[in-house]
Ligand binder design. Structure first.
Ligand SMILES: [Zn+2]
Length: 78
């Protein structure tokens, strides 16, 4: 039986995967989402401008992972 993955945990794993393979991803210039490099438009905001620089992808992935961690902490306190 497969337990459904914790979405926060999944997000951290995803961020880790992205930082290990930044060449497979790019950052949406419209909303800052990270999408796979073969995506033509952003699934989130439908923008078609992306930054595929590895450094940008890695820092954005870390940023998103941190924000997820922060929101976990915030909800733990309430
Ligand atoms: Zn977007």
């Amino acid at each position: 039986m497969n337990a459904p993955e914790d979405p926060k945990d999944n997000r951290l794993k995803q961020a880790e995967k992205i930082t290990n393979h930044p060449e497979q991803y790019k950052v949406c210039e419209g909303c800052g989402s990270i999408v796979v490099v073969r995506a033509v438009t952003c699934p989130s905001c439908h923008a078609y401008r992306f930054d595929s620089a590895a450094l940008r992808v890695v820092s954005q992935a870390r940023d998103l992972a941190m924000r997820a961690a922060n929101s976990v902490l915030a909800s733990d306190l309430t």
